[in-house]
Design a protein around this ligand. Structure first.
Ligand code: EPZ
Length: 422
């Protein structure tokens, strides 16, 4: 297993290109199962999660080829010769559950392993299953797998989600495009990745209205065609790298950054004393007048503050002036970065879903361990500003969601390198 060594090296300066969104690509790829025509995705990120989804689709009989160093994915599933998504693949990546809706909608049957939990929570899929049942699916749970059937095809239905779920909205949205009749998704997730999926499905011939609002209406069609679709910018990678100049000082321009994708996050940065300026190429971020002020954060579904930026924001708050209270309301166990930041001298108290951070003057480099994707990058951000050397181990977590993280940070003057475990 590799580690990343990062040493505090003062203010950052330069540009960081932002890639296509992992969480958009992971729902756009299964959409290929809805059509016998080719689906091409451009601006695809080069990540291990994308490789895992590629392996899963290929195991079902889809063809997936990566062009231009992985930035273009050409997929086609004119004939699926396997309808079982195996536990071995699904357990590696929960987003594998997103093949269930499309496979069921297209061929009337699918067997998908339950994904199981992960470090940040139990992560059930009951809302995915209830949505498909509302469209006439017959589901049976057996030996850790969901056996789904829709002999006469899915039919349009009314789905009223009790809580906002990104994945369940995506599964239902994709399934509804081929259901007979009209489906209404109420209390749907409004994340930009949902909007991006709807745009892609519409290019394939789907009839969808209301994406980005709480109610999405889908008129089923007999078949979908092929399309070429650019993956939307990754708002979580964007927010993550916006925090680098915020934590270290200096000025960094995030190429391809879009302010509409990070509205709530930018409000918090502004309150903390960080300047964000729109430029012709993206977003330029710098510290306004030296110190960072402590701000409170509550994670919420979009357009609220994203849970996927909570760990990174905590790293900034560790050396802010004052006390910050971070409330994690989406997942039940998403503070595993706190004990690691405490090893670096942070003053953090966690009680249930609330973390109270008292700013200290400076963190000190230390050996720390990545526990999940976003925790791993929050430790790197902390290490960028800490005194001395921080060694982050288990960086395979990082490879799931951040392409070329060392190269991108070296490009703006950070002292960071990746080493194979000694
Ligand atoms: C997506 O996960 C993202 N993953 C997550 O990003 C992100 O944190 C999350 O949305 C919230 O924004 C991908 O898009 C691949 P949810 P998802 O369904 O769809 C509960 C990252 O770091 N729930 O919106 O799994 C669930 O337990 C990852 O890139 C049910 O109870 O999230 C959670 O508490 C981490 N039953 C809440 O809803 C269900 O059937 C929100 O989960 C589904 C979810």
């Amino acid at each position: 297993m590799d580690s990343i060594i990062v040493t505090g090296n003062g203010p950052l300066k330069g540009q960081i290109p932002i890639a296509g969104a992992k969480n958009a690509c992971l729902t756009l790829m299964p959409a290929t199962l809805l059509s016998e025509e080719p689906l091409t995705l451009t601006n695809a990120p080069r990540l291990s999660d994308i490789k895992t989804m590629t392996t899963l689709l290929q195991s079902l009989g889809a063809e997936v080829s990566q062009l231009q160093d992985g930035q273009v994915l050409v997929m086609s599933s004119h004939a699926l010769d396997n309808h079982v998504a195996d536990y071995d693949i699904v357990r590696k990546m929960r987003a594998s559950i997103l093949v269930l809706g499309p496979m069921l909608a297209r061929d009337g049957h699918a067997v998908v392993s339950l994904p199981g939990g992960c470090a940040i929570g139990a992560r059930p899929v009951d809302l995915h299953l209830k949505a498909l049942e509302a469209m006439g699916a017959e589901l049976e749970l057996k030996d850790g797998y969901v056996h789904a059937r829709a002999p006469g095809g899915l039919r349009g239905g009314m789905v009223d989600f009790p809580i906002v779920s990104v994945g369940a909205t995506e599964n239902a949205l994709m399934a509804a495009t081929l259901a007979k009749g009209t489906t209404v998704l109420k209390n749907a997730a409004r994340e930009p990745e949902i909007v991006d999926l709807a745009h892609c499905l519409r290019r394939m011939g789907a009839q969808i209205e209301g994406e980005g609002t709480h109610t999405i209406t889908i008129q089923g069609v007999d078949r979908l065609g092929g399309a070429t679709h650019p993956v939307v910018t990754d708002r979580i990678e964007l927010g993550t790298y916006m925090l680098a100049p915020a934590i270290c000082g200096g000025e960094v321009e995030l190429l391809g950054g879009r302010i509409d994708l990070v509205g709530a996050f930018c409000e918090k940065l502004d309150a903390a004393g960080i300047s964000v300026e729109e430029t012709a190429k993206g977003l330029k971020v710098s510290r306004k007048n030296g110190k960072v002020r402590a701000v409170d954060v509550v994670t919420e579904p979009f357009p609220g503050f994203p849970t996927d930026l909570q760990a990174q924001m905590m790293a900034l708050m560790c050396t802010a002036e004052g006390t910050s209270v971070l409330e994690e309301k989406i997942f039940e166990n998403r503070f595993m970065h706190a004990p690691e930041l405490i090893r670096m001298g942070a003053n953090i108290e966690v009680h249930g879903g609330t973390a109270t951070v008292k700013g200290v003057d400076r963190l000190k480099g230390a050996p720390v361990m990545a526990t999940d994707l976003r925790a791993s990058v929050s430790l790197i951000l902390a290490g960028l500003a800490a005194e001395g050397e921080t060694i982050v181990s288990r960086v395979y977590h990082l490879d799931r969601g951040y392409e070329h993280v060392v190269r991108k940070l070296v490009g703006v003057g950070a002292k960071i390198e990746r080493v194979s475990d000694r």
